[in-house]
Design a protein around this ligand. Sequence first.
Ligand code: FPP
Length: 250
Amino acid sequence: MNSNSASVTESELDKTKLPAHVAIIMDGNGRWAKKRLANRVKGHEQGMEVVREIVRACREIGISVLTLYAFSTENWQRPKMEIAALMTLLKRFLRSELLEMQENNIRLSTIGQTERLPEDVRKLLSETMALTHQNDGMLLNLALSYGGRAELVKMVREIAVKVKAGDIEPDAVSDELVTRHLYTKDIPDPDLMIRTSGEMRISNFLLWQLAYSELFITDTLWPDFSRAEFVEILKAYQRRERRFGKVYEQ
Ligand code: FPP
């Protein structure tokens, strides 16, 4: 698709009905590499290029929050070499995108057990977050060492401590209180969740937050995903009717 036809299809998007928060499970890097008889790391490298493209697309289209599942708690079980390569790629991404984030008013944040990340990665992440802190054009939220169940366990522990101390009554535990103890306490729940590479699973991603999200699963492997396909998914999202458990007339 040439850039002209891409912009024609983007102009068909209804800017008043965009999802405020898009979350993506970027899956299929390994399979993409395997198909090319290449090392899995090649798939992650190409995946990083697609991350760049989709971040830019979100900023230009007007998405407020983009959450990317970049590394799960389960991913710590991968071979040491692959984990090291992913960390190196993350550092490369942060260094190379800082200028772009500043120029395009993008703020960086993370969710997950980031304390488990290597020291140099943590340092670069906190520097980048501090430098982009004032940017309010878009939030790029990276899920790193993230697991939905671990997030829920953390929330339950924090609330239990408060109940035990007598700071809150068990009856005061509400939807809002739970939300305030999640990593995502400052951001709205995803309106749209995309998963690439065809797997029909949530894989421990944003278990609480995805309660009412629209789900889109595409067979495309993440390194082959593109701005054009992203726009098609946004259009399909706009054709869906979101009822949040109510009937249409409400
Ligand atoms: C899943 O593919 C992808 C990952 C575990 C890592 C995602 C990382 C990137 C897209 C690149 C770097 C990201 C940033 C933010 C710089 P897989 O390896 O599970 O694929 P497979 O299921 O085909 O084996």
